[in-house]
Design a protein around this ligand. Structure first.
Ligand code: NAG
Ligand code: NAG
Ligand code: NAG
Ligand code: NAG
Ligand code: NAG
Ligand code: NAG
Length: 402
């Protein structure tokens, strides 16, 4: 083939690609696909806010948190991004599924790093964010060393952006095609209480307060015009290396024989989730026109602990990939992932847990797939447009071995 015909072919295929892409965007709007994503949450959802805001939050601290360094980010981005994982997290897979760019962080939007493209969405999530305000915990002697940014702070950032966001159209018009991912929240509330020596009873007493706070925020978002909101429940906190190590001396009866997870702690997460579902039902009755989806993160990951090999995981399913601890969990409180004495496993995709507290990209991908393709969102998330993305980036992402 001579060079001129090859150029022509390239030009033709380029125009064809452009045609297909324009067709896709028309179809996407026509079929009710989400065109933007707004996310709130903690380290399970943060894609860089914490690391980038760190010097503002803690002007006196010299060293950035570990999420700002390798091996965080090594698998997919090949550099640290502030995500608490080796690669992409759930919110990234959701954005890819709908053919959207990775949701820009609130930090980047405020600093014009994403060309002020917040019309495509904003991620407000910050590592460590509790559902209740930090001051609430300080008053009760539970100390927050991670940051002073709570769920309500993120909500106030969102509200401050509304005048510029809902500028060309009204907020309800804009939010008609937006997906809001609200959480999960609560993990830091309970985690700080447990890790600062509070009893199960004391943690149980927090649950109604946390649920009420989440419910009020969801209610407020809907009053502000939000239409489609996904509210995730807690993950399986009884299966992660950090809690398994803390409660390692537990009675054998405390463990689930099938998985090795701590029954009482998973039960605690389940109780939170049941109350959250009841709260969402109450809000649905009040706002019948809003689409309020419960995202069952718990069962989406529990199936992996039950049959790890079926999902491609190898070795010990309760052991972290990155750490300095050795078996059975590879977690050491004085040397966490990223510290000099820690090592990283050769293949993170064979591990469920990345650093003992957060999952690997491989796990997040499977959770996201379960949310998007079912059956882990109730009611099911809108996939009336996914025939478009199935053939494009998303399908590749799901089969990629990276
Ligand atoms: C999904 O999108 C279609 C098309 O816009 C819409 O009619 C339907 O109500 C949506 N369903 C949900 C659950 O969001
Ligand atoms: C958090 O602390 C920083 C530094 O002290 C302060 O500037 C900021 O206003 C605080 N934010 C909240 C939400 O309390
Ligand atoms: C971001 O953009 C706005 C509007 O274009 C401008 O007023 C502001 O100064 C910019 N901020 C930075 C940090 O560049
Ligand atoms: C709304 O958009 C117009 C045109 O882009 C701009 O001039 C105006 O300042 C914006 N208003 C707000 C409140 O951001
Ligand atoms: C699970 O939680 C419920 C509600 O708090 C409690 O009644 C039950 O005893 C718990 N079961 C286990 C195994 O911890
Ligand atoms: C945990 O790490 C510290 C610091 O590197 C080390 O001294 C200690 O022996 C480790 N503990 C275990 C159980 O590996």
């Amino acid at each position: 083939m001579d060079s001129s015909s090859s150029v022509m072919m390239k030009t033709t295929s380029l125009s064809f690609t452009i045609l297909i892409l324009s067709l896709i965007s028309v179809l996407r709007i026509a079929s009710g696909c989400y065109t933007s994503i707004f996310a709130f949450g903690d380290s399970l959802t943060d894609t860089g806010n914490y690391v980038n805001m760190f010097s503002q939050i803690f002007p006196e601290k010299q060293k950035l948190p570990r999420y700002a360094f390798l091996p965080y980010g090594e698998t997919y981005f090949h550099h640290p991004t502030g995500r608490a994982s080796d690669g992409r997290i759930i919110i990234d897979f959701i954005a890819e599924y709908y053919g959207l760019p990775l949701v820009p962080t609130y930090y980047s939007v405020m600093n014009n790093q994403s060309g002020s493209k917040f019309q495509a969405g904003v991620n407000f999530a910050v590592v460590g964010a509790p559902a209740l305000d930090v001051a609430f915990y300080e008053e009760r002697g539970i100390h927050y060393t991670t940051s002073n940014i709570s769920m309500r702070t993120q909500l106030s950032w969102f509200k401050e952006l509304l005048p510029s966001l809902c500028n060309s159209s009204s907020c309800p018009q804009i939010f008609k095609s937006s997906l809001i991912v609200f959480g999960p929240f609560g993990g830091n509330d309970y985690g700080h209480a447990f890790f600062q020596g509070r009893s199960l009873e004391e943690a149980n007493a927090l649950v109604p307060l946390v649920i009420h706070a989440i419910g009020s925020a969801v209610d407020e978002l809907i009053e502000l015009g939000v239409k489609n909101i996904m509210v995730p429940g807690l993950l399986t906190d009884g299966c992660i290396p950090i809690t398994l190590t803390k409660y390692e001396a537990s009675n054998i009866k405390d463990y689930d024989p099938a998985t090795g997870c701590l029954n009482w702690l998973n039960n605690f997460s389940k109780n939170h989730n049941e109350r959250l579902k009841a709260e969402l039902n109450r809000i649905r009755e009040k706002h019948p026109h809003a689409v309020i989806m419960y995202a069952n993160y718990f069962d989406a990951v529990m199936r992996i602990y039950r049959s790890p090999r079926q999902y491609g995981f190898r070795g010990r399913p309760l052991m972290a990939c990155c750490g300095a601890g050795g078996p059975p969990y590879n977690y050491n409180f004085t040397a966490v992932c990223g510290d000099p004495s820690t090592t990283v496993c050769a293949q993170p995709s064979l591990y469920i847990s990345w650093d003992g507290a957060h999952c690997t990209e491989a796990t997040y991908r499977i959770i996201a797939k379960g949310l998007l393709e079912g059956p882990y969102t109730t009611p099911p998330i809108n996939t009336s447009c996914t025939f478009i993305t199935k053939d494009s980036g998303y399908a590749l992402a799901m089969t990629s071995t990276e």
